[in-house]
Design a protein around this ligand. Structure first.
Ligand code: GLN
Length: 305
């Protein structure tokens, strides 16, 4: 079925190519700063795992916060609703690395997709598995069918050398008793998680369980239908940070972005999409990525609304 998306993807790539203004790569992680904003890739996977793509769709890029959708799903599958005692599910209306709400809200982050919330989710997953980033890599390899998918240790080292903000968030939450592991161990796991390199094809496949209502590529159940719906709902309302309203307005799908320039998006019951272009807007979302998803849902009529 996904071959029917090829003409749409080709058209979007041509349109994006002709559109000036790509934003700027993230520079607070030095290893990401040199990425060329003119690069572009997009892939669509249908429910049975057939993939089509355009541009550099098989080229691995830095997934960064896209991984937060997967760690949330893994932690929820192991811990269930108790997870929500440690992290909320409301949009924050603040930048992804903001500290300001945490003190007012007693160390419970607003949602699992801002950095504070993702640190809590990784902390829970670390407690449950003993190796959160390893569990994530195993899952992504299995779902994408790519045994080479792995951490980019150069990017991890670059982020670790500039990690004061995340360290501050983690220590602050630990002071409220909302972090169980030693903070240095948690930061190491979180940074490794964010450093995973994967292609648009890999990520479109790996997100497939969100379109299949919680069912993994091998037919087993990761999440109940209701929990898969919850993850999609949090992606819609919080997955692109303080731009989530604008993203819902333009794209109309659950999505999760990362500062590497990637975005995954889900059409429940239909397909998953991943787009990558490293130039970001002020709020940390890929400029060409959002534009491409906007065109995709406009041209295909696919949307949850
Ligand atoms: N590793 C990045 C950070 O913690 C991820 C941020 C993002 O992709 N929005 O700052």
């Amino acid at each position: 079925m996904s071959t029917t998306f090829q003409p749409v993807l080709d058209r979007i790539a041509t349109e994006i190519d002709a559109t000036p203004g790509r934003g700027r790569p993230a520079d607070y992680i030095p290893a990401l700063a040199s990425a060329d904003p003119n690069r572009f890739a997009m892939a669509v996977a249908d429910l049975d795992g057939t993939v089509c793509g355009v541009g550099e769709w098989q080229h691995p890029f830095s997934t960064q916060s896209i991984t937060k959708a997967f760690t949330l799903a893994l932690a929820l599958s192991l811990e269930g609703d108790e997870l929500w005692e440690h992290v909320g599910r409301e949009p924050s209306g603040n930048p992804f690395n903001s500290l300001v709400q945490l003190e007012y809200e007693n160390g419970i982050p607003r949602n699992p997709f801002i950095n504070a919330g993702a640190l809590v989710v990784t902390d829970r997953l670390q407690k449950l598995t003993g190796d959160a980033s390893g569990a994530l890599r195993t899952f992504l390899r299995a779902e994408s069918g790519n045994p080479e998918l792995t951490f980019d240790l150069e990017i991890a080292a670059s982020e670790a050398a500039h990690g004061d903000r995340n360290a501050a968030l983690a220590h602050f939450m630990a002071s409220y008793g909302n972090i169980t592991n030693p903070v240095p161990e948690l930061l190491d796991q979180y940074i490794r998680q964010c450093s995973i390199a994967a292609s648009c094809g890999d990520l479109a496949l790996a997100a497939g369980f969100l379109a299949r209502h919680g069912i993994r590529a091998d037919g087993s159940t990761l999440l109940t239908r209701s929990r898969a719906k919850q993850v999609n709902a949090v992606m819609l309302t919080c997955g692109t940070y303080d731009a989530a309203g604008d993203f819902a307005h333009r794209v109309g799908l659950p999505g999760k972005s990362g500062v590497g320039g990637g975005i995954i998006a889900v059409v429940p019951g239909h397909c998953t999409i991943c787009v990558w272009s490293p130039g970001l807007d002020q709020r940390g979302n890929s400029v060409a990525g959002v534009a491409a998803l906007d065109r995709f849902t406009t041209l295909t009529g696919l949307s949850i609304f």
